[in-house]
Design a protein around this ligand. Structure first.
Ligand SMILES: Nc1ncnc2c1ncn2[C@@H]1O[C@H](COP(=O)(O)OP(=O)(O)OP(=O)(O)O)[C@@H](O)[C@H]1O
Ligand SMILES: [Mg+2]
Length: 312
């Protein structure tokens, strides 16, 4: 894949200078961009991915950390909708809300401030068991470990713990045999909670907004992932990079996408999530898009992602 950081940081001689106001005609492609069924942005041939067959049994789970320290890139949206799409394919899924904002819990219709037990209790109190905290969701086969603002205190409390980076892994261990996938929705930071997620994960899934500034933070994220691989979790892999908020009408997102593919090659999922108001709407509805707008392009995109995740 070459050196991603070099590609991301090296100035592209053909790129328009960002400071100069661009001509509208250069930033917006004329008319809808044609993409044939076999092509995925930015013009790559679509790879063959099998439709997942049924499973004989469940577990042990593959743990995926949904991670990017940049805020608002689609981590939580992708956690909910990838989880729901995996469940549609008969996989048993546990979603872990590992962000004190509790957006994952809210997006699944849970009122975080009304919860007695959250993941906070699980990670700081020895007496709380994971089964006391896990709750079902409206999606068959998909459960949730909810969180709320209490979790922000855990980061401080964990600092003095022995084996502080492995706390989440220890908490999840008893249920891994019951699930096929555990998706951990990380907070937008590379602090101790995120390191806990990386330390117990098999893979990292990086949602990346198709916008120039997103590229800048990825180098730092890669650096953190490498440190965790070296020091805490040698089995950790990058499962894939997911382009989100893609707008096929603008040249800018297409250029960003081209750079991302240059840098990460095969790691970039063929599935691309377009920018659409349907996602904020589903948050209000408290349901995944696969249930709320079953046939929408957004739902189909997350199903395509689920097929790729199962195949990787
Ligand atoms: N593909 C999309 N198109 C348009 N809006 C989107 C899309 N994906 C997510 N959003 C919206 O963007 C906002 C941020 O998304 P989301 O909460 O998933 O990001 P995040 O990375 O989890 O944010 P944070 O870093 O704050 O946890 C939300 O309002 C969400 O509804
Ligand atoms: Mg989030």
């Amino acid at each position: 894949m070459g050196n991603p950081q070099a590609v991301l940081w090296s100035p592209d001689p053909d790129a328009p200078a960002p400071a100069e106001p661009a001509e509208p005609a250069e930033t917006v492609a004329p008319g809808p961009v044609k993409e044939t069924v076999d092509e995925v942005p930015p013009g790559r041939p679509r790879r063959a991915v099998p439709v997942p067959g049924p499973l004989d049994g469940h577990g042990p789970a593959t743990v995926l950390a949904m991670c990017n320290q940049k805020g608002g890139v689609g981590k939580t949206t992708s956690t909910i909708n990838l989880g729901a799409a995996l469940a549609e394919y008969g996989r048993r899924v546990l979603l872990v809300d590992f962000d004190p904002q509790g957006a994952l819990s809210v997006g699944l219709g849970v009122q975080p401030h009304q919860l007695d037990q959250t993941i906070y209790n699980l990670i700081v109190e020895r007496k709380t068991t994971i089964d006391e905290v896990i709750m079902p969701t409206s999606v068959d086969g998909m459960d949730l470990l909810p969180s709320n603002i209490d979790l922000s205190a855990a980061e401080v409390q964990l600092v003095t713990e022995v084996g502080r980076e492995q706390t989440l892994g220890r908490c999840l261990a008893p249920v891994l045999d019951r699930y096929d996938y555990v998706l951990v929705d990380c907070q937008p930071s590379l602090g101790l909670l995120t390191v806990n997620a990386l330390a117990c994960a098999d893979g990292v899934l990086i949602p990346l907004e198709c916008e120039f500034f997103s590229l800048r933070g990825v180098a730092l994220l890669m650096d953190t992932i490498e440190k965790v691989q070296d020091r805490l979790n040698p089995k950790l892999e990058i499962t894939g990079i997911l382009a989100t908020m893609y707008d096929p009408r603008t040249l800018h997102t297409r250029e960003v996408m081209t750079r991302v593919v240059e840098a990460f090659g095969e790691l970039v999922f063929d599935a691309v999530i377009n920018r659409t108001v349907r996602f904020p709407e589903t948050t209000v509805a408290g349901e995944p898009i696969t249930r709320w707008a079953t046939k929408s392009a957004g739902a189909e995109a997350y199903r395509a992602l689920a097929r790729e995740v199962i195949a990787r």
